[in-house]
Design a protein around this ligand. Structure first.
Ligand code: F0G
Length: 451
Protein backbone atom coordinates (compact mmCIF):
# COMPACT_ATOMS: atom_id res chain seq x y z
CA UNK A 1 0.00 0.00 0.00
CA UNK A 2 1.37 3.44 -0.76
CA UNK A 3 0.58 7.04 0.10
CA UNK A 4 -0.46 7.91 -3.43
CA UNK A 5 -3.48 5.61 -3.13
CA UNK A 6 -5.16 8.45 -1.31
CA UNK A 7 -5.61 12.15 -1.91
CA UNK A 8 -7.30 14.92 0.02
CA UNK A 9 -10.27 16.50 -1.75
CA UNK A 10 -11.71 19.77 -0.52
CA UNK A 11 -15.33 19.33 0.52
CA UNK A 12 -16.15 22.86 -0.59
CA UNK A 13 -14.36 23.54 -3.89
CA UNK A 14 -13.13 20.06 -4.88
CA UNK A 15 -9.41 21.02 -4.93
CA UNK A 16 -7.23 17.92 -4.69
CA UNK A 17 -3.90 17.78 -2.87
CA UNK A 18 -1.54 15.05 -1.72
CA UNK A 19 -1.91 14.06 1.93
CA UNK A 20 1.48 15.49 2.80
CA UNK A 21 0.51 18.93 1.38
CA UNK A 22 -2.22 19.65 3.91
CA UNK A 23 -1.82 22.83 5.94
CA UNK A 24 -1.44 22.44 9.73
CA UNK A 25 -5.05 23.54 10.30
CA UNK A 26 -6.37 21.16 7.60
CA UNK A 27 -8.24 23.98 5.86
CA UNK A 28 -8.24 24.35 2.07
CA UNK A 29 -5.90 27.10 0.87
CA UNK A 30 -8.42 28.01 -1.88
CA UNK A 31 -11.71 28.23 0.00
CA UNK A 32 -11.07 27.45 3.69
CA UNK A 33 -13.31 24.39 3.81
CA UNK A 34 -12.31 20.95 5.19
CA UNK A 35 -10.81 18.05 3.28
CA UNK A 36 -12.00 14.49 2.83
CA UNK A 37 -9.76 11.53 2.14
CA UNK A 38 -10.43 10.24 -1.35
CA UNK A 39 -9.22 7.09 -3.14
CA UNK A 40 -9.13 7.84 -6.89
CA UNK A 41 -8.14 4.25 -7.76
CA UNK A 42 -11.52 2.93 -6.64
CA UNK A 43 -13.43 4.65 -9.41
CA UNK A 44 -11.46 2.96 -12.16
CA UNK A 45 -13.72 -0.07 -12.42
CA UNK A 46 -11.10 -2.48 -13.60
CA UNK A 47 -8.20 -0.72 -11.91
CA UNK A 48 -5.94 -2.88 -9.76
CA UNK A 49 -6.69 -0.73 -6.72
CA UNK A 50 -10.42 -1.34 -6.78
CA UNK A 51 -11.29 -3.73 -3.97
CA UNK A 52 -13.21 -6.94 -4.73
CA UNK A 53 -16.32 -7.12 -2.46
CA UNK A 54 -16.52 -10.89 -2.02
CA UNK A 55 -12.82 -11.31 -1.32
CA UNK A 56 -12.85 -8.44 1.16
CA UNK A 57 -15.77 -9.79 3.15
CA UNK A 58 -14.04 -13.13 3.43
CA UNK A 59 -10.67 -11.60 4.37
CA UNK A 60 -12.13 -9.33 7.06
CA UNK A 61 -13.94 -12.27 8.69
CA UNK A 62 -10.80 -14.42 8.60
CA UNK A 63 -8.82 -11.70 10.37
CA UNK A 64 -11.04 -12.02 13.44
CA UNK A 65 -9.22 -15.30 14.18
CA UNK A 66 -5.75 -13.83 13.67
CA UNK A 67 -3.31 -13.13 16.50
CA UNK A 68 -1.73 -10.15 14.67
CA UNK A 69 -2.36 -6.83 16.45
CA UNK A 70 -3.51 -5.08 13.26
CA UNK A 71 -5.97 -7.85 12.49
CA UNK A 72 -7.32 -7.66 16.03
CA UNK A 73 -8.13 -3.98 15.60
CA UNK A 74 -11.68 -3.32 14.43
CA UNK A 75 -10.27 -0.41 12.41
CA UNK A 76 -7.20 -1.92 10.73
CA UNK A 77 -9.05 -5.17 10.09
CA UNK A 78 -10.62 -3.16 7.25
CA UNK A 79 -7.34 -1.59 6.14
CA UNK A 80 -8.03 -2.14 2.41
CA UNK A 81 -10.65 0.63 2.76
CA UNK A 82 -8.31 3.02 4.56
CA UNK A 83 -4.98 2.92 2.74
CA UNK A 84 -3.72 6.10 4.40
CA UNK A 85 -0.29 4.90 5.55
CA UNK A 86 2.80 4.18 3.48
CA UNK A 87 3.53 1.34 5.83
CA UNK A 88 0.92 -0.30 8.04
CA UNK A 89 3.77 -1.13 10.42
CA UNK A 90 3.43 2.51 11.57
CA UNK A 91 -0.11 1.91 12.86
CA UNK A 92 -0.59 2.59 16.57
CA UNK A 93 -3.35 0.36 17.89
CA UNK A 94 -4.93 -0.44 21.24
CA UNK A 95 -7.14 -3.10 19.58
CA UNK A 96 -9.95 -0.56 19.19
CA UNK A 97 -13.25 -1.27 17.51
CA UNK A 98 -15.00 -4.64 17.24
CA UNK A 99 -17.50 -3.16 19.69
CA UNK A 100 -20.67 -5.03 20.63
CA UNK A 101 -24.06 -4.56 19.02
CA UNK A 102 -26.67 -5.09 21.74
CA UNK A 103 -30.39 -5.62 21.38
CA UNK A 104 -32.47 -3.21 23.52
CA UNK A 105 -35.50 -5.33 24.42
CA UNK A 106 -37.11 -2.85 26.85
CA UNK A 107 -36.87 0.07 24.45
CA UNK A 108 -38.14 -2.15 21.63
CA UNK A 109 -41.20 -3.12 23.67
CA UNK A 110 -41.90 0.40 24.87
CA UNK A 111 -41.67 1.89 21.38
CA UNK A 112 -43.31 -0.96 19.46
CA UNK A 113 -40.29 -1.42 17.23
CA UNK A 114 -39.12 -5.02 16.92
CA UNK A 115 -35.44 -4.44 16.40
CA UNK A 116 -33.60 -1.68 18.24
CA UNK A 117 -29.87 -2.17 18.69
CA UNK A 118 -27.13 -0.21 20.41
CA UNK A 119 -23.71 -0.10 18.77
CA UNK A 120 -21.77 0.55 21.95
CA UNK A 121 -18.70 2.57 21.05
CA UNK A 122 -18.13 3.18 24.75
CA UNK A 123 -16.67 -0.34 24.81
CA UNK A 124 -13.47 0.91 23.16
CA UNK A 125 -10.08 0.99 24.96
CA UNK A 126 -10.48 4.55 26.31
CA UNK A 127 -14.26 4.10 26.54
CA UNK A 128 -15.46 6.26 23.66
CA UNK A 129 -15.84 6.15 19.87
CA UNK A 130 -12.86 8.50 19.52
CA UNK A 131 -10.42 5.58 19.61
CA UNK A 132 -11.37 4.45 16.12
CA UNK A 133 -10.46 7.84 14.68
CA UNK A 134 -7.44 8.34 16.87
CA UNK A 135 -5.70 5.12 15.83
CA UNK A 136 -5.92 6.29 12.21
CA UNK A 137 -4.86 9.93 12.58
CA UNK A 138 -2.21 9.37 15.22
CA UNK A 139 -0.65 6.69 13.04
CA UNK A 140 -0.36 9.29 10.27
CA UNK A 141 1.26 11.70 12.76
CA UNK A 142 3.82 9.08 13.69
CA UNK A 143 4.52 8.16 10.06
CA UNK A 144 5.08 11.83 9.20
CA UNK A 145 7.57 12.22 12.04
CA UNK A 146 5.73 14.57 14.42
CA UNK A 147 6.87 14.72 18.05
CA UNK A 148 3.85 16.59 19.36
CA UNK A 149 0.14 16.05 18.77
CA UNK A 150 -2.70 18.22 20.10
CA UNK A 151 -6.45 18.60 20.31
CA UNK A 152 -9.15 20.81 21.75
CA UNK A 153 -11.73 18.66 23.44
CA UNK A 154 -14.88 18.27 25.48
CA UNK A 155 -13.01 15.34 27.05
CA UNK A 156 -13.21 12.17 25.02
CA UNK A 157 -10.94 13.20 22.16
CA UNK A 158 -8.30 14.24 24.68
CA UNK A 159 -8.52 10.93 26.54
CA UNK A 160 -8.14 8.98 23.31
CA UNK A 161 -5.37 11.17 21.93
CA UNK A 162 -3.35 11.06 25.16
CA UNK A 163 -3.55 7.26 25.29
CA UNK A 164 -2.53 6.69 21.67
CA UNK A 165 0.24 9.31 21.90
CA UNK A 166 1.61 7.55 24.98
CA UNK A 167 1.60 4.22 23.15
CA UNK A 168 3.45 5.78 20.22
CA UNK A 169 5.95 7.61 22.42
CA UNK A 170 4.73 11.06 21.28
CA UNK A 171 4.01 14.12 23.46
CA UNK A 172 0.44 15.39 23.60
CA UNK A 173 -1.19 18.74 24.34
CA UNK A 174 -4.83 19.00 25.40
CA UNK A 175 -6.94 22.19 25.51
CA UNK A 176 -10.19 21.83 27.42
CA UNK A 177 -12.87 24.29 28.52
CA UNK A 178 -12.37 24.92 32.24
CA UNK A 179 -15.02 23.36 34.46
CA UNK A 180 -17.04 22.02 31.55
CA UNK A 181 -15.75 18.50 31.11
CA UNK A 182 -16.50 15.33 33.07
CA UNK A 183 -13.88 14.28 35.64
CA UNK A 184 -13.52 10.77 34.26
CA UNK A 185 -12.27 12.17 30.96
CA UNK A 186 -9.94 14.74 32.52
CA UNK A 187 -8.42 12.04 34.72
CA UNK A 188 -7.66 9.94 31.65
CA UNK A 189 -5.73 12.73 29.90
CA UNK A 190 -3.69 13.26 33.07
CA UNK A 191 -3.05 9.56 33.59
CA UNK A 192 -1.87 9.04 30.00
CA UNK A 193 0.61 11.89 30.40
CA UNK A 194 -0.82 14.74 28.32
CA UNK A 195 0.05 18.39 28.94
CA UNK A 196 -3.46 19.46 29.89
CA UNK A 197 -4.46 23.13 29.76
CA UNK A 198 -7.85 24.24 31.04
CA UNK A 199 -8.82 27.44 29.21
CA UNK A 200 -11.37 29.99 30.37
CA UNK A 201 -13.49 29.55 27.27
CA UNK A 202 -15.76 26.94 25.69
CA UNK A 203 -14.85 24.10 23.27
CA UNK A 204 -15.17 26.38 20.26
CA UNK A 205 -12.78 28.87 21.88
CA UNK A 206 -10.29 26.09 22.65
CA UNK A 207 -10.31 24.95 19.03
CA UNK A 208 -9.74 28.51 17.85
CA UNK A 209 -6.71 28.92 20.12
CA UNK A 210 -5.30 25.57 19.03
CA UNK A 211 -5.71 26.43 15.37
CA UNK A 212 -3.47 29.46 15.96
CA UNK A 213 -0.91 27.34 17.82
CA UNK A 214 -0.53 24.70 15.09
CA UNK A 215 0.10 27.45 12.54
CA UNK A 216 3.05 28.59 14.66
CA UNK A 217 4.65 25.35 15.85
CA UNK A 218 5.17 21.86 14.38
CA UNK A 219 2.30 20.23 16.24
CA UNK A 220 -0.03 17.75 14.57
CA UNK A 221 -3.71 18.68 15.00
CA UNK A 222 -5.90 15.73 15.95
CA UNK A 223 -9.37 17.26 16.07
CA UNK A 224 -11.89 15.89 13.60
CA UNK A 225 -11.00 18.66 11.13
CA UNK A 226 -8.12 16.23 10.48
CA UNK A 227 -9.60 14.06 7.70
CA UNK A 228 -7.69 10.95 8.82
CA UNK A 229 -9.71 10.91 12.05
CA UNK A 230 -12.84 10.39 9.98
CA UNK A 231 -11.23 7.51 8.10
CA UNK A 232 -10.95 5.58 11.35
CA UNK A 233 -14.37 6.67 12.51
CA UNK A 234 -16.01 5.37 9.34
CA UNK A 235 -15.18 1.77 10.29
CA UNK A 236 -18.09 1.28 12.74
CA UNK A 237 -20.24 1.55 9.59
CA UNK A 238 -18.38 -1.48 8.25
CA UNK A 239 -18.87 -3.34 11.53
CA UNK A 240 -22.59 -2.57 11.55
CA UNK A 241 -23.02 -3.71 7.94
CA UNK A 242 -21.00 -6.86 8.64
CA UNK A 243 -23.07 -7.62 11.76
CA UNK A 244 -26.22 -7.59 9.61
CA UNK A 245 -24.55 -9.83 7.02
CA UNK A 246 -24.08 -6.81 4.73
CA UNK A 247 -27.78 -5.88 4.82
CA UNK A 248 -27.76 -2.41 6.32
CA UNK A 249 -30.28 -1.41 9.02
CA UNK A 250 -33.08 0.99 8.07
CA UNK A 251 -32.06 3.72 10.52
CA UNK A 252 -28.92 4.84 12.29
CA UNK A 253 -29.16 7.54 14.95
CA UNK A 254 -26.03 9.35 16.04
CA UNK A 255 -25.38 12.23 18.45
CA UNK A 256 -24.21 15.49 16.90
CA UNK A 257 -21.55 17.75 18.46
CA UNK A 258 -18.69 18.85 16.25
CA UNK A 259 -20.35 16.59 13.64
CA UNK A 260 -17.28 14.53 12.72
CA UNK A 261 -18.83 11.23 13.74
CA UNK A 262 -22.01 11.52 11.68
CA UNK A 263 -19.88 12.64 8.72
CA UNK A 264 -17.56 9.66 9.14
CA UNK A 265 -20.34 7.07 9.45
CA UNK A 266 -22.02 8.51 6.38
CA UNK A 267 -18.75 8.28 4.44
CA UNK A 268 -18.32 4.68 5.57
CA UNK A 269 -21.73 3.62 4.33
CA UNK A 270 -21.35 5.65 1.14
CA UNK A 271 -18.09 3.89 0.31
CA UNK A 272 -19.55 0.45 1.04
CA UNK A 273 -22.38 1.30 -1.33
CA UNK A 274 -20.13 2.70 -4.07
CA UNK A 275 -17.89 -0.37 -3.90
CA UNK A 276 -20.84 -2.75 -4.11
CA UNK A 277 -20.46 -4.19 -0.60
CA UNK A 278 -24.00 -3.17 0.38
CA UNK A 279 -27.06 -2.64 -1.77
CA UNK A 280 -28.46 0.49 -0.14
CA UNK A 281 -27.82 3.18 2.45
CA UNK A 282 -29.40 3.41 5.90
CA UNK A 283 -31.15 6.65 6.83
CA UNK A 284 -28.70 8.46 9.08
CA UNK A 285 -30.22 10.91 11.56
CA UNK A 286 -28.33 13.32 13.80
CA UNK A 287 -29.63 14.17 17.26
CA UNK A 288 -28.45 17.26 19.15
CA UNK A 289 -29.17 18.68 22.59
CA UNK A 290 -31.76 21.46 22.37
CA UNK A 291 -29.30 23.94 23.91
CA UNK A 292 -26.56 23.01 21.46
CA UNK A 293 -28.47 22.56 18.22
CA UNK A 294 -26.89 24.66 15.44
CA UNK A 295 -27.43 21.96 12.81
CA UNK A 296 -31.10 21.53 13.74
CA UNK A 297 -31.55 25.27 13.26
CA UNK A 298 -29.64 25.09 10.02
CA UNK A 299 -32.02 22.45 8.66
CA UNK A 300 -35.04 24.42 9.85
CA UNK A 301 -33.89 27.58 8.07
CA UNK A 302 -31.99 26.35 5.00
CA UNK A 303 -32.13 22.54 4.84
CA UNK A 304 -28.49 22.41 5.90
CA UNK A 305 -27.17 24.93 3.36
CA UNK A 306 -25.90 27.49 5.90
CA UNK A 307 -25.31 27.61 9.63
CA UNK A 308 -25.13 30.17 12.40
CA UNK A 309 -23.02 29.49 15.45
CA UNK A 310 -24.51 29.82 18.90
CA UNK A 311 -23.48 29.74 22.55
CA UNK A 312 -24.08 26.13 23.54
CA UNK A 313 -25.63 25.00 26.83
CA UNK A 314 -26.26 21.41 27.85
CA UNK A 315 -25.39 19.07 30.70
CA UNK A 316 -24.35 16.55 28.04
CA UNK A 317 -20.95 18.27 28.05
CA UNK A 318 -19.50 16.10 25.27
CA UNK A 319 -21.79 17.80 22.75
CA UNK A 320 -21.71 21.32 24.17
CA UNK A 321 -20.61 22.77 20.84
CA UNK A 322 -22.08 25.79 19.09
CA UNK A 323 -19.85 26.10 16.04
CA UNK A 324 -19.48 22.58 14.61
CA UNK A 325 -16.53 22.19 12.22
CA UNK A 326 -17.92 19.36 10.09
CA UNK A 327 -21.45 20.69 9.65
CA UNK A 328 -21.33 20.68 5.83
CA UNK A 329 -20.27 17.05 5.71
CA UNK A 330 -22.95 16.02 8.23
CA UNK A 331 -25.63 17.97 6.34
CA UNK A 332 -24.70 16.09 3.19
CA UNK A 333 -25.00 12.75 5.00
CA UNK A 334 -28.46 13.61 6.32
CA UNK A 335 -29.65 14.83 2.92
CA UNK A 336 -28.11 11.98 0.91
CA UNK A 337 -29.51 9.28 3.19
CA UNK A 338 -32.88 11.01 3.78
CA UNK A 339 -32.31 11.12 7.53
CA UNK A 340 -33.50 13.76 9.98
CA UNK A 341 -31.85 16.30 12.22
CA UNK A 342 -33.66 16.74 15.51
CA UNK A 343 -33.03 17.94 19.05
CA UNK A 344 -34.04 16.74 22.51
CA UNK A 345 -34.38 18.48 25.88
CA UNK A 346 -32.30 18.01 29.02
CA UNK A 347 -35.10 15.98 30.66
CA UNK A 348 -35.47 13.77 27.58
CA UNK A 349 -31.73 13.10 27.60
CA UNK A 350 -31.70 12.27 31.32
CA UNK A 351 -34.64 9.87 30.99
CA UNK A 352 -33.20 8.12 27.94
CA UNK A 353 -29.87 7.72 29.69
CA UNK A 354 -31.53 6.10 32.71
CA UNK A 355 -33.48 3.80 30.38
CA UNK A 356 -30.26 2.69 28.65
CA UNK A 357 -28.82 2.09 32.11
CA UNK A 358 -31.85 -0.02 33.01
CA UNK A 359 -31.09 -2.20 29.97
CA UNK A 360 -27.84 -3.14 31.74
CA UNK A 361 -25.69 -1.15 29.34
CA UNK A 362 -25.45 2.48 30.35
CA UNK A 363 -23.83 5.26 28.36
CA UNK A 364 -22.77 8.83 28.83
CA UNK A 365 -25.35 11.62 28.53
CA UNK A 366 -24.36 12.67 25.00
CA UNK A 367 -24.97 9.12 23.76
CA UNK A 368 -28.46 9.02 25.24
CA UNK A 369 -29.71 11.68 22.82
CA UNK A 370 -30.05 8.83 20.32
CA UNK A 371 -32.76 7.00 22.26
CA UNK A 372 -34.47 10.29 23.11
CA UNK A 373 -34.40 11.17 19.39
CA UNK A 374 -35.74 7.76 18.40
CA UNK A 375 -38.74 8.30 20.68
CA UNK A 376 -39.47 11.59 18.92
CA UNK A 377 -39.21 10.09 15.44
CA UNK A 378 -41.39 7.15 16.49
CA UNK A 379 -44.01 9.46 17.98
CA UNK A 380 -44.22 11.19 14.59
CA UNK A 381 -44.53 7.76 12.90
CA UNK A 382 -41.37 8.43 10.92
CA UNK A 383 -39.99 5.06 12.00
CA UNK A 384 -42.12 1.94 11.53
CA UNK A 385 -42.70 -1.18 13.65
CA UNK A 386 -40.67 -3.47 11.45
CA UNK A 387 -37.77 -1.06 10.82
CA UNK A 388 -34.33 -2.08 12.04
CA UNK A 389 -32.81 0.71 14.13
CA UNK A 390 -29.24 1.13 15.39
CA UNK A 391 -28.40 3.74 18.04
CA UNK A 392 -24.74 4.70 18.17
CA UNK A 393 -23.77 4.96 21.86
CA UNK A 394 -20.63 7.03 21.77
CA UNK A 395 -19.31 6.86 25.34
CA UNK A 396 -19.25 4.67 28.45
CA UNK A 397 -21.45 5.40 31.47
CA UNK A 398 -18.39 5.73 33.78
CA UNK A 399 -17.15 8.73 31.80
CA UNK A 400 -19.58 10.98 33.65
CA UNK A 401 -20.56 9.30 36.92
CA UNK A 402 -21.49 12.65 38.51
CA UNK A 403 -24.33 13.11 36.03
CA UNK A 404 -25.69 9.65 36.81
CA UNK A 405 -25.51 10.11 40.57
CA UNK A 406 -27.15 13.53 40.36
CA UNK A 407 -29.97 12.02 38.30
CA UNK A 408 -30.66 9.21 40.75
CA UNK A 409 -30.48 11.60 43.71
CA UNK A 410 -32.93 13.92 41.99
CA UNK A 411 -30.53 16.87 41.91
CA UNK A 412 -29.63 16.89 38.21
CA UNK A 413 -32.27 19.13 36.66
CA UNK A 414 -33.90 22.39 37.64
CA UNK A 415 -37.66 22.31 38.31
CA UNK A 416 -38.16 24.12 35.04
CA UNK A 417 -36.17 21.52 33.08
CA UNK A 418 -37.93 18.61 34.79
CA UNK A 419 -41.45 20.05 34.39
CA UNK A 420 -43.86 17.49 32.97
CA UNK A 421 -41.40 14.60 33.33
CA UNK A 422 -41.40 14.13 37.12
CA UNK A 423 -43.32 10.83 37.18
CA UNK A 424 -41.25 9.26 34.43
CA UNK A 425 -38.06 10.21 36.22
CA UNK A 426 -39.28 9.04 39.63
CA UNK A 427 -39.97 5.61 38.15
CA UNK A 428 -36.39 5.36 36.88
CA UNK A 429 -34.57 6.70 39.96
CA UNK A 430 -32.60 4.24 42.07
CA UNK A 431 -30.97 6.31 44.76
CA UNK A 432 -28.62 4.62 47.23
CA UNK A 433 -30.20 4.43 50.68
CA UNK A 434 -28.50 4.43 54.07
CA UNK A 435 -29.67 1.45 56.16
CA UNK A 436 -28.69 -0.11 59.48
CA UNK A 437 -26.16 -2.94 59.26
CA UNK A 438 -28.86 -5.51 60.03
CA UNK A 439 -30.55 -8.10 57.75
CA UNK A 440 -34.03 -6.91 58.68
CA UNK A 441 -33.20 -3.35 57.65
CA UNK A 442 -31.79 -4.48 54.29
CA UNK A 443 -34.82 -6.70 53.65
CA UNK A 444 -37.08 -3.76 54.47
CA UNK A 445 -35.18 -1.64 51.92
CA UNK A 446 -35.78 -4.35 49.27
CA UNK A 447 -39.48 -4.42 50.12
CA UNK A 448 -39.60 -0.66 49.83
CA UNK A 449 -38.06 -0.85 46.36
CA UNK A 450 -40.69 -3.40 45.23
CA UNK A 451 -43.62 -1.27 46.38
N1 F0G B 1 -20.72 11.67 21.99
C1 F0G B 1 -19.63 11.79 22.77
C2 F0G B 1 -19.52 10.91 23.95
C3 F0G B 1 -18.61 12.71 22.42
O1 F0G B 1 -17.52 12.79 23.18
C4 F0G B 1 -18.78 13.52 21.28
C5 F0G B 1 -17.77 14.50 20.90
C6 F0G B 1 -19.95 13.35 20.53
C7 F0G B 1 -20.89 12.42 20.91
C8 F0G B 1 -20.20 14.15 19.30
O2 F0G B 1 -19.43 13.68 18.24
O3 F0G B 1 -18.32 15.81 17.69
O4 F0G B 1 -18.22 13.89 16.15
O5 F0G B 1 -20.35 15.12 16.47
N2 F0G B 1 -16.79 14.81 21.61
C9 F0G B 1 -15.67 15.66 21.19
C10 F0G B 1 -14.53 15.61 22.17
C11 F0G B 1 -16.04 16.96 20.67
O6 F0G B 1 -13.74 16.57 22.24
O7 F0G B 1 -14.38 14.60 22.85
P1 F0G B 1 -19.05 14.69 17.05
Amino acid sequence: MSDNLHQLRCFGCGTRIAGSEARPDFRCAECGDLFEVDYPGWVQRRGPDRPNPGALKWLWRERRCSSESLDQSGVWRYRELLPILNNFGNAVTLREGNTPLYHLPRAAKALGIDQIFAKHQGMNPTASFKDTGMTAALSVARERGFEWVACASTGNTSAAMAAYAARAGLRSLVLIPEGKIAWGKLSQAMDYGAVTCQLKTDFDGCLQVLTEIVRQAPIYLLNSVNPYRLEGQKTPAFEIAEAFDWNVPDHILVPGGNLGNSSALGKGFRELHELGLVARLPRISVVQAAGANPLVRSFASSNGASIESLEAQTRATAIRIGNPASWRKAARVINDTHGWCIDVTEAEIAIAKAEIGAEGLGCEPASAVTLAGLKKLRAKSLIGTSDVVVLVLTGHTLKDADYTIDFHRGTLLSDEEAAGHEKEMDALRRNAVAVEAMPAAVLAAMKGAMA
